[in-house]
Design a protein around this ligand. Sequence first.
Ligand code: GDP
Ligand code: IMO
Ligand code: MG
Length: 429
Amino acid sequence: MACTCVVGLQWGDEAKGKIVDLLTADHHIVVRYNGGANAGHTIVKNGKTYKLSLLPTGILTPHMQAVIGNGLVVNPVRFLEEVTNLRDAGIAVGANLVVSDHAHLIFPYHMEEERLTEQGAASAIGTTGRGIGPCYQDKVSRSNGIRVGELLHPEHLRERLHAIVPRKNQALAAFSADAKRFDADALCDEYLGYAATMRPHIQDTGRLLRQALKAGKNLLFEGAQGSLLDVDHGTYPYVTSSNSSTAGIWSGSGVPARNLSRIIGVIKAYTSRVGRGPFPTELDDGPTGIGATIRKIGREVGTVTGRPRRCGWLDLVAVRYSAALGGVDEVTIMLLDVLSTLDEIKICTAYEIDAQRTTDFPGDAFLLDRCKPIYETLPGWKQDISAARTPSDLPAAARRYVDRIAALVELPVSIVSVGPDREQTIPMM
Ligand code: GDP
Ligand code: IMO
Ligand code: MG
Protein backbone atom coordinates (compact mmCIF):
# COMPACT_ATOMS: atom_id res chain seq x y z
CA MET A 1 0.00 0.00 0.00
CA ALA A 2 1.34 3.43 -0.96
CA CYS A 3 -0.08 6.91 -0.57
CA THR A 4 1.83 9.31 -2.77
CA CYS A 5 1.13 13.04 -2.75
CA VAL A 6 2.00 15.50 -5.47
CA VAL A 7 1.96 19.06 -4.18
CA GLY A 8 3.04 22.37 -5.68
CA LEU A 9 5.59 24.29 -3.61
CA GLN A 10 5.11 27.69 -5.24
CA TRP A 11 2.06 29.70 -6.36
CA GLY A 12 0.62 27.01 -8.62
CA ASP A 13 1.28 25.86 -12.20
CA GLU A 14 4.45 24.01 -11.21
CA ALA A 15 3.53 21.20 -13.69
CA LYS A 16 1.93 18.96 -11.07
CA GLY A 17 -0.23 17.44 -13.82
CA LYS A 18 2.83 16.07 -15.64
CA ILE A 19 4.21 14.47 -12.46
CA VAL A 20 0.82 12.93 -11.60
CA ASP A 21 0.64 11.48 -15.10
CA LEU A 22 4.12 9.97 -14.77
CA LEU A 23 3.16 8.29 -11.48
CA THR A 24 -0.16 6.77 -12.51
CA ALA A 25 1.37 3.44 -13.58
CA ASP A 26 2.17 2.59 -9.93
CA HIS A 27 -1.16 3.65 -8.45
CA HIS A 28 -4.79 2.51 -8.53
CA ILE A 29 -6.68 5.63 -7.46
CA VAL A 30 -6.04 9.33 -8.05
CA VAL A 31 -7.63 11.84 -5.68
CA ARG A 32 -8.22 15.59 -5.88
CA TYR A 33 -8.65 16.95 -2.35
CA ASN A 34 -8.99 20.74 -2.70
CA GLY A 35 -10.16 23.58 -4.90
CA GLY A 36 -12.32 23.17 -7.96
CA ALA A 37 -12.22 24.29 -11.56
CA ASN A 38 -9.76 27.06 -10.65
CA ALA A 39 -6.97 24.54 -11.32
CA GLY A 40 -5.57 24.15 -14.80
CA HIS A 41 -3.39 21.10 -15.36
CA THR A 42 -2.00 20.55 -18.84
CA ILE A 43 -0.68 17.12 -19.81
CA VAL A 44 1.01 16.20 -23.04
CA LYS A 45 0.66 12.51 -23.77
CA ASN A 46 1.30 10.57 -26.97
CA GLY A 47 1.46 13.84 -28.87
CA LYS A 48 -1.95 14.98 -27.57
CA THR A 49 -2.54 17.86 -25.17
CA TYR A 50 -5.17 17.53 -22.43
CA LYS A 51 -6.32 20.30 -20.11
CA LEU A 52 -8.14 19.48 -16.89
CA SER A 53 -9.55 21.87 -14.32
CA LEU A 54 -11.88 19.99 -12.01
CA LEU A 55 -11.27 16.33 -12.76
CA PRO A 56 -8.02 14.71 -11.60
CA THR A 57 -5.55 14.38 -14.45
CA GLY A 58 -5.08 10.75 -13.44
CA ILE A 59 -8.35 10.00 -15.23
CA LEU A 60 -6.38 10.04 -18.49
CA THR A 61 -4.86 6.68 -17.49
CA PRO A 62 -7.33 3.87 -18.27
CA HIS A 63 -6.83 1.70 -15.15
CA MET A 64 -7.13 4.59 -12.67
CA GLN A 65 -10.13 5.32 -10.52
CA ALA A 66 -10.47 9.12 -10.28
CA VAL A 67 -11.90 10.67 -7.13
CA ILE A 68 -13.19 14.20 -6.58
CA GLY A 69 -12.92 14.36 -2.80
CA ASN A 70 -15.11 16.04 -0.22
CA GLY A 71 -12.75 19.02 0.02
CA LEU A 72 -13.67 20.29 -3.44
CA VAL A 73 -16.22 22.80 -4.63
CA VAL A 74 -17.95 21.44 -7.70
CA ASN A 75 -19.68 23.32 -10.46
CA PRO A 76 -21.84 20.69 -12.22
CA VAL A 77 -21.62 22.62 -15.48
CA ARG A 78 -17.83 22.32 -15.45
CA PHE A 79 -18.03 18.71 -14.32
CA LEU A 80 -20.26 17.70 -17.23
CA GLU A 81 -18.30 19.83 -19.68
CA GLU A 82 -15.03 18.12 -18.74
CA VAL A 83 -16.60 14.68 -18.89
CA THR A 84 -17.90 15.46 -22.40
CA ASN A 85 -14.54 16.85 -23.53
CA LEU A 86 -12.74 13.75 -22.29
CA ARG A 87 -15.19 11.42 -24.02
CA ASP A 88 -14.82 13.43 -27.23
CA ALA A 89 -11.05 12.94 -26.91
CA GLY A 90 -11.56 9.18 -26.65
CA ILE A 91 -11.07 8.88 -22.87
CA ALA A 92 -13.53 6.49 -21.22
CA VAL A 93 -15.45 8.10 -18.35
CA GLY A 94 -17.90 5.98 -16.40
CA ALA A 95 -17.55 4.10 -13.14
CA ASN A 96 -13.89 5.22 -13.10
CA LEU A 97 -15.00 8.70 -11.97
CA VAL A 98 -16.54 9.32 -8.56
CA VAL A 99 -17.43 12.54 -6.83
CA SER A 100 -17.93 12.92 -3.11
CA ASP A 101 -21.46 13.46 -1.85
CA HIS A 102 -19.81 15.76 0.74
CA ALA A 103 -18.21 18.09 -1.82
CA HIS A 104 -19.90 21.47 -2.05
CA LEU A 105 -21.86 22.76 -5.02
CA ILE A 106 -21.08 25.98 -6.83
CA PHE A 107 -24.17 27.90 -7.98
CA PRO A 108 -24.34 30.86 -10.41
CA TYR A 109 -24.87 33.24 -7.48
CA HIS A 110 -21.37 32.34 -6.27
CA MET A 111 -19.91 33.54 -9.56
CA GLU A 112 -21.98 36.72 -9.36
CA GLU A 113 -20.82 37.37 -5.80
CA GLU A 114 -17.22 36.96 -6.91
CA ARG A 115 -17.70 39.19 -9.93
CA LEU A 116 -19.08 41.98 -7.76
CA THR A 117 -16.37 41.74 -5.08
CA GLU A 118 -13.48 41.47 -7.52
CA GLN A 119 -14.53 43.85 -10.29
CA GLY A 120 -12.46 47.03 -10.08
CA ALA A 121 -12.00 46.66 -6.31
CA ALA A 122 -8.77 47.90 -4.75
CA SER A 123 -8.88 44.80 -2.55
CA ALA A 124 -9.27 42.39 -5.50
CA ILE A 125 -7.35 39.12 -5.16
CA GLY A 126 -7.23 38.50 -8.89
CA THR A 127 -9.20 35.26 -8.64
CA THR A 128 -10.10 32.88 -11.45
CA GLY A 129 -13.78 33.93 -11.33
CA ARG A 130 -14.97 30.36 -10.86
CA GLY A 131 -17.00 31.01 -7.69
CA ILE A 132 -14.46 29.20 -5.54
CA GLY A 133 -14.17 31.68 -2.64
CA PRO A 134 -17.92 32.41 -2.26
CA CYS A 135 -18.73 28.67 -2.32
CA TYR A 136 -16.18 27.92 0.43
CA GLN A 137 -17.61 30.84 2.41
CA ASP A 138 -21.04 29.22 2.19
CA LYS A 139 -19.59 25.86 3.22
CA VAL A 140 -18.20 27.40 6.38
CA SER A 141 -21.37 29.42 7.00
CA ARG A 142 -23.29 26.10 7.14
CA SER A 143 -26.70 27.69 6.57
CA ASN A 144 -25.93 28.50 2.92
CA GLY A 145 -23.84 25.52 1.83
CA ILE A 146 -25.32 22.82 -0.38
CA ARG A 147 -23.49 19.55 -0.92
CA VAL A 148 -23.37 17.30 -3.98
CA GLY A 149 -25.34 14.57 -2.15
CA GLU A 150 -28.28 16.95 -1.77
CA LEU A 151 -28.73 16.87 -5.56
CA LEU A 152 -30.17 13.39 -5.14
CA HIS A 153 -33.10 14.59 -3.01
CA PRO A 154 -35.24 16.87 -5.21
CA GLU A 155 -37.75 18.10 -2.63
CA HIS A 156 -35.09 18.74 -0.06
CA LEU A 157 -32.94 20.61 -2.62
CA ARG A 158 -35.91 22.80 -3.59
CA GLU A 159 -36.56 23.62 0.05
CA ARG A 160 -32.93 24.54 0.65
CA LEU A 161 -32.79 26.78 -2.41
CA HIS A 162 -36.04 28.49 -1.41
CA ALA A 163 -34.39 29.41 1.90
CA ILE A 164 -31.02 30.42 0.44
CA VAL A 165 -31.78 32.20 -2.85
CA PRO A 166 -33.80 35.10 -1.37
CA ARG A 167 -30.94 35.74 1.09
CA LYS A 168 -28.50 35.70 -1.81
CA ASN A 169 -30.63 38.08 -3.89
CA GLN A 170 -30.81 40.47 -0.97
CA ALA A 171 -27.07 40.39 -0.34
CA LEU A 172 -26.24 40.79 -4.04
CA ALA A 173 -28.63 43.75 -4.43
CA ALA A 174 -26.93 45.39 -1.45
CA PHE A 175 -23.58 44.98 -3.24
CA SER A 176 -24.69 46.59 -6.45
CA ALA A 177 -27.83 47.86 -8.16
CA ASP A 178 -26.94 45.95 -11.31
CA ALA A 179 -26.46 42.61 -9.55
CA LYS A 180 -28.10 39.62 -11.21
CA ARG A 181 -31.11 38.10 -9.45
CA PHE A 182 -31.79 34.39 -9.18
CA ASP A 183 -34.94 32.29 -9.05
CA ALA A 184 -34.95 29.34 -6.63
CA ASP A 185 -37.23 27.12 -8.73
CA ALA A 186 -35.35 27.77 -11.97
CA LEU A 187 -32.03 26.98 -10.25
CA CYS A 188 -33.48 23.86 -8.68
CA ASP A 189 -34.79 22.58 -12.03
CA GLU A 190 -31.48 23.34 -13.70
CA TYR A 191 -29.48 21.50 -11.02
CA LEU A 192 -31.86 18.52 -10.97
CA GLY A 193 -31.11 18.21 -14.68
CA TYR A 194 -27.38 17.96 -13.88
CA ALA A 195 -28.15 15.55 -11.05
CA ALA A 196 -29.65 13.07 -13.49
CA THR A 197 -26.28 12.76 -15.27
CA MET A 198 -24.10 13.03 -12.18
CA ARG A 199 -26.04 10.49 -10.09
CA PRO A 200 -24.00 7.37 -11.04
CA HIS A 201 -20.78 9.16 -10.06
CA ILE A 202 -21.87 10.35 -6.59
CA GLN A 203 -20.55 8.38 -3.62
CA ASP A 204 -19.18 8.58 -0.11
CA THR A 205 -15.59 8.83 -1.35
CA GLY A 206 -14.05 8.94 2.14
CA ARG A 207 -15.38 5.46 2.81
CA LEU A 208 -14.32 4.30 -0.65
CA LEU A 209 -10.75 5.51 -0.09
CA ARG A 210 -10.40 4.01 3.39
CA GLN A 211 -11.72 0.67 2.08
CA ALA A 212 -9.29 0.87 -0.84
CA LEU A 213 -6.41 1.39 1.59
CA LYS A 214 -7.50 -1.64 3.59
CA ALA A 215 -7.57 -3.64 0.37
CA GLY A 216 -3.94 -2.62 -0.30
CA LYS A 217 -4.58 -0.19 -3.14
CA ASN A 218 -2.12 2.58 -3.94
CA LEU A 219 -3.47 6.12 -3.76
CA LEU A 220 -2.12 9.17 -5.55
CA PHE A 221 -3.14 12.60 -4.25
CA GLU A 222 -3.17 15.33 -6.88
CA GLY A 223 -2.69 18.75 -5.35
CA ALA A 224 -4.24 21.76 -7.03
CA GLN A 225 -2.84 25.30 -6.75
CA GLY A 226 0.40 25.62 -4.77
CA SER A 227 1.32 25.64 -1.09
CA LEU A 228 1.85 29.43 -1.13
CA LEU A 229 -1.83 29.79 -2.13
CA ASP A 230 -2.98 27.78 0.93
CA VAL A 231 -5.64 29.73 2.84
CA ASP A 232 -3.95 29.12 6.21
CA HIS A 233 -0.28 28.85 5.30
CA GLY A 234 0.06 30.88 2.11
CA THR A 235 0.52 34.56 1.35
CA TYR A 236 -2.80 35.57 2.91
CA PRO A 237 -4.99 37.27 1.74
CA TYR A 238 -3.61 36.64 -1.77
CA VAL A 239 -4.43 32.96 -1.63
CA THR A 240 -7.16 30.60 -2.71
CA SER A 241 -9.90 29.54 -0.28
CA SER A 242 -8.79 25.97 0.44
CA ASN A 243 -5.83 24.14 1.99
CA SER A 244 -3.80 23.61 -1.15
CA SER A 245 -0.71 22.39 0.71
CA THR A 246 -0.59 18.79 1.97
CA ALA A 247 -2.46 20.14 5.02
CA GLY A 248 -5.66 19.74 2.97
CA ILE A 249 -5.28 16.02 2.27
CA TRP A 250 -6.79 14.59 5.46
CA SER A 251 -9.73 16.98 5.64
CA GLY A 252 -10.28 17.05 1.87
CA SER A 253 -10.28 13.30 1.27
CA GLY A 254 -11.06 11.55 4.54
CA VAL A 255 -7.74 9.66 4.40
CA PRO A 256 -5.80 10.12 7.65
CA ALA A 257 -2.45 11.81 7.11
CA ARG A 258 -0.62 8.99 8.92
CA ASN A 259 -1.11 6.90 5.75
CA LEU A 260 0.84 9.27 3.51
CA SER A 261 4.03 7.50 2.53
CA ARG A 262 5.71 9.69 -0.11
CA ILE A 263 5.32 13.42 -0.52
CA ILE A 264 6.64 14.90 -3.74
CA GLY A 265 7.07 18.66 -3.88
CA VAL A 266 6.90 20.04 -7.41
CA ILE A 267 8.81 23.21 -8.26
CA LYS A 268 9.46 25.11 -11.42
CA ALA A 269 13.07 25.99 -12.22
CA TYR A 270 11.87 29.60 -11.77
CA THR A 271 8.72 31.13 -10.24
CA SER A 272 5.39 32.15 -11.72
CA ARG A 273 2.27 33.63 -10.25
CA VAL A 274 -1.15 34.55 -11.66
CA GLY A 275 -3.35 36.97 -9.83
CA ARG A 276 -2.29 39.63 -7.36
CA GLY A 277 -0.05 39.42 -4.32
CA PRO A 278 3.58 39.87 -3.31
CA PHE A 279 6.28 38.18 -5.39
CA PRO A 280 9.78 39.23 -4.25
CA THR A 281 11.68 37.65 -7.15
CA GLU A 282 9.34 38.91 -9.89
CA LEU A 283 11.15 40.05 -13.03
CA ASP A 284 9.09 43.03 -14.03
CA ASP A 285 11.73 44.16 -16.50
CA GLY A 286 9.76 45.15 -19.58
CA PRO A 287 8.75 43.53 -22.85
CA THR A 288 12.30 42.48 -23.78
CA GLY A 289 13.48 41.63 -20.27
CA ILE A 290 14.18 38.23 -18.72
CA GLY A 291 10.68 38.05 -17.19
CA ALA A 292 9.11 38.38 -20.63
CA THR A 293 11.60 35.89 -22.12
CA ILE A 294 10.69 33.27 -19.52
CA ARG A 295 6.97 33.95 -20.08
CA LYS A 296 7.38 33.50 -23.82
CA ILE A 297 9.57 30.39 -23.79
CA GLY A 298 7.65 28.79 -20.91
CA ARG A 299 4.30 29.68 -22.53
CA GLU A 300 3.29 31.16 -19.21
CA VAL A 301 -0.34 31.98 -19.79
CA GLY A 302 -3.01 30.90 -17.29
CA THR A 303 -4.88 27.76 -18.42
CA VAL A 304 -8.14 28.81 -16.75
CA THR A 305 -8.24 32.55 -17.37
CA GLY A 306 -5.78 33.12 -20.21
CA ARG A 307 -4.00 35.76 -18.13
CA PRO A 308 -0.24 36.17 -18.67
CA ARG A 309 1.57 34.69 -15.67
CA ARG A 310 4.00 36.89 -13.76
CA CYS A 311 7.48 35.34 -13.93
CA GLY A 312 10.63 35.64 -11.85
CA TRP A 313 13.70 33.88 -10.45
CA LEU A 314 13.46 30.80 -8.29
CA ASP A 315 12.67 31.80 -4.71
CA LEU A 316 14.21 29.20 -2.44
CA VAL A 317 13.23 30.99 0.77
CA ALA A 318 9.63 30.35 -0.27
CA VAL A 319 10.29 26.79 -1.48
CA ARG A 320 12.16 25.79 1.69
CA TYR A 321 9.19 27.09 3.67
CA SER A 322 6.58 25.16 1.70
CA ALA A 323 8.70 22.00 1.61
CA ALA A 324 8.96 22.08 5.40
CA LEU A 325 5.25 22.88 5.73
CA GLY A 326 4.28 19.99 3.46
CA GLY A 327 6.59 17.38 4.99
CA VAL A 328 8.10 16.92 1.56
CA ASP A 329 10.41 13.92 0.95
CA GLU A 330 11.75 14.84 -2.48
CA VAL A 331 11.42 17.57 -5.07
CA THR A 332 11.00 17.53 -8.84
CA ILE A 333 12.37 20.43 -10.89
CA MET A 334 10.15 21.28 -13.85
CA LEU A 335 10.59 23.43 -16.98
CA LEU A 336 14.39 23.55 -16.62
CA ASP A 337 14.61 23.86 -20.43
CA VAL A 338 12.89 27.26 -20.25
CA LEU A 339 16.07 28.80 -18.77
CA SER A 340 18.36 27.48 -21.54
CA THR A 341 18.87 30.80 -23.34
CA LEU A 342 19.94 32.82 -20.30
CA ASP A 343 23.54 33.94 -19.70
CA GLU A 344 23.21 33.63 -15.97
CA ILE A 345 20.57 32.42 -13.57
CA LYS A 346 19.73 33.72 -10.12
CA ILE A 347 18.44 31.91 -7.07
CA CYS A 348 16.98 33.82 -4.15
CA THR A 349 18.57 32.40 -1.01
CA ALA A 350 17.50 35.00 1.57
CA TYR A 351 15.49 38.20 1.96
CA GLU A 352 16.35 41.58 3.32
CA ILE A 353 13.59 43.17 5.35
CA ASP A 354 14.02 46.39 7.34
CA ALA A 355 17.81 46.17 6.80
CA GLN A 356 17.87 42.68 8.32
CA ARG A 357 18.78 39.50 6.44
CA THR A 358 16.40 36.61 6.95
CA THR A 359 15.82 33.13 5.56
CA ASP A 360 12.42 32.87 7.24
CA PHE A 361 9.39 33.20 4.99
CA PRO A 362 7.09 35.85 6.48
CA GLY A 363 3.59 34.73 7.34
CA ASP A 364 1.79 37.74 5.88
CA ALA A 365 1.55 39.21 2.43
CA PHE A 366 2.13 42.77 3.66
CA LEU A 367 5.47 41.71 5.21
CA LEU A 368 6.51 39.67 2.18
CA ASP A 369 5.81 42.74 0.10
CA ARG A 370 8.64 44.53 1.93
CA CYS A 371 11.16 41.74 1.40
CA LYS A 372 13.97 42.32 -1.08
CA PRO A 373 15.53 39.18 -2.56
CA ILE A 374 19.20 38.36 -1.95
CA TYR A 375 20.51 36.37 -4.89
CA GLU A 376 23.19 33.88 -5.66
CA THR A 377 24.15 33.93 -9.36
CA LEU A 378 25.04 30.85 -11.35
CA PRO A 379 26.22 30.57 -14.95
CA GLY A 380 23.67 29.60 -17.61
CA TRP A 381 24.23 26.61 -19.91
CA LYS A 382 23.20 28.31 -23.14
CA GLN A 383 22.28 25.16 -25.01
CA ASP A 384 19.14 23.19 -25.77
CA ILE A 385 18.53 20.53 -23.11
CA SER A 386 15.10 19.36 -24.26
CA ALA A 387 16.49 16.08 -25.62
CA ALA A 388 18.33 15.18 -22.38
CA ARG A 389 17.07 11.92 -20.87
CA THR A 390 19.72 11.05 -18.26
CA PRO A 391 21.57 13.22 -15.73
CA SER A 392 24.76 12.86 -17.75
CA ASP A 393 23.03 14.37 -20.81
CA LEU A 394 22.72 17.66 -18.94
CA PRO A 395 25.47 20.27 -19.42
CA ALA A 396 27.65 20.88 -16.35
CA ALA A 397 26.07 24.28 -15.62
CA ALA A 398 22.56 22.78 -15.64
CA ARG A 399 23.71 19.98 -13.30
CA ARG A 400 25.25 22.61 -11.07
CA TYR A 401 21.95 24.54 -10.93
CA VAL A 402 20.02 21.37 -10.02
CA ASP A 403 22.61 20.34 -7.39
CA ARG A 404 22.54 23.81 -5.86
CA ILE A 405 18.75 23.68 -5.54
CA ALA A 406 18.97 20.25 -3.86
CA ALA A 407 21.62 21.56 -1.44
CA LEU A 408 19.65 24.69 -0.56
CA VAL A 409 16.31 22.88 -0.15
CA GLU A 410 18.10 20.04 1.68
CA LEU A 411 16.05 17.45 -0.20
CA PRO A 412 16.84 15.02 -3.00
CA VAL A 413 15.78 15.93 -6.52
CA SER A 414 14.01 12.87 -7.97
CA ILE A 415 13.02 14.18 -11.40
CA VAL A 416 14.13 16.97 -13.71
CA SER A 417 11.74 17.87 -16.52
CA VAL A 418 13.05 19.36 -19.76
CA GLY A 419 9.86 19.65 -21.82
CA PRO A 420 6.09 19.17 -21.61
CA ASP A 421 6.13 15.69 -23.12
CA ARG A 422 6.11 12.61 -20.93
CA GLU A 423 9.39 11.47 -22.52
CA GLN A 424 11.14 14.75 -21.69
CA THR A 425 11.85 13.57 -18.19
CA ILE A 426 15.12 12.80 -16.41
CA PRO A 427 14.95 10.42 -13.44
CA MET A 428 17.67 11.61 -11.03
CA MET A 429 17.62 8.77 -8.47
P1 GDP B 1 -0.03 22.48 -13.02
O1 GDP B 1 -1.22 23.35 -12.84
O2 GDP B 1 0.88 22.47 -11.85
O3 GDP B 1 -0.36 21.08 -13.48
O4 GDP B 1 0.81 23.14 -14.20
P2 GDP B 1 0.23 23.77 -15.58
O5 GDP B 1 -0.27 22.65 -16.41
O6 GDP B 1 -0.70 24.88 -15.28
O7 GDP B 1 1.52 24.45 -16.16
C1 GDP B 1 2.63 23.73 -16.53
C2 GDP B 1 2.82 23.91 -18.06
O8 GDP B 1 4.14 23.56 -18.41
C3 GDP B 1 1.94 22.97 -18.89
O9 GDP B 1 1.58 23.66 -20.06
C4 GDP B 1 2.85 21.80 -19.22
O10 GDP B 1 2.51 21.15 -20.43
C5 GDP B 1 4.17 22.49 -19.35
N1 GDP B 1 5.34 21.70 -18.94
C6 GDP B 1 5.42 20.71 -18.03
N2 GDP B 1 6.70 20.34 -17.84
C7 GDP B 1 7.43 21.10 -18.68
C8 GDP B 1 8.84 21.20 -18.94
O11 GDP B 1 9.66 20.53 -18.35
N3 GDP B 1 9.22 22.12 -19.88
C9 GDP B 1 8.33 22.91 -20.53
N4 GDP B 1 8.81 23.76 -21.43
N5 GDP B 1 7.02 22.84 -20.30
C10 GDP B 1 6.58 21.96 -19.39
P1 IMO C 1 -3.15 25.02 -10.57
O1 IMO C 1 -3.77 23.79 -9.96
C1 IMO C 1 -2.13 29.22 -10.27
C2 IMO C 1 -4.82 31.77 -7.97
C3 IMO C 1 -5.61 32.83 -8.70
C4 IMO C 1 -5.68 33.90 -7.63
C5 IMO C 1 -5.85 33.09 -6.35
C6 IMO C 1 -7.28 32.97 -5.87
O2 IMO C 1 -3.27 25.07 -12.05
O3 IMO C 1 -1.75 25.19 -10.07
P2 IMO C 1 -9.35 31.55 -6.75
O4 IMO C 1 -10.06 31.54 -8.06
O5 IMO C 1 -8.78 30.22 -6.37
O6 IMO C 1 -10.17 32.12 -5.64
O7 IMO C 1 -8.11 32.57 -6.95
O8 IMO C 1 -5.32 31.81 -6.63
N1 IMO C 1 -4.98 30.39 -8.46
C7 IMO C 1 -4.04 29.73 -9.15
N2 IMO C 1 -2.85 30.15 -9.60
N3 IMO C 1 -2.51 27.95 -10.46
C8 IMO C 1 -3.69 27.51 -9.98
O9 IMO C 1 -4.07 26.22 -10.05
C9 IMO C 1 -4.54 28.43 -9.33
N4 IMO C 1 -5.77 28.36 -8.77
C10 IMO C 1 -6.01 29.56 -8.23
O10 IMO C 1 -4.94 33.27 -9.85
O11 IMO C 1 -4.43 34.57 -7.54
MG1 MG D 1 -2.05 25.09 -13.64
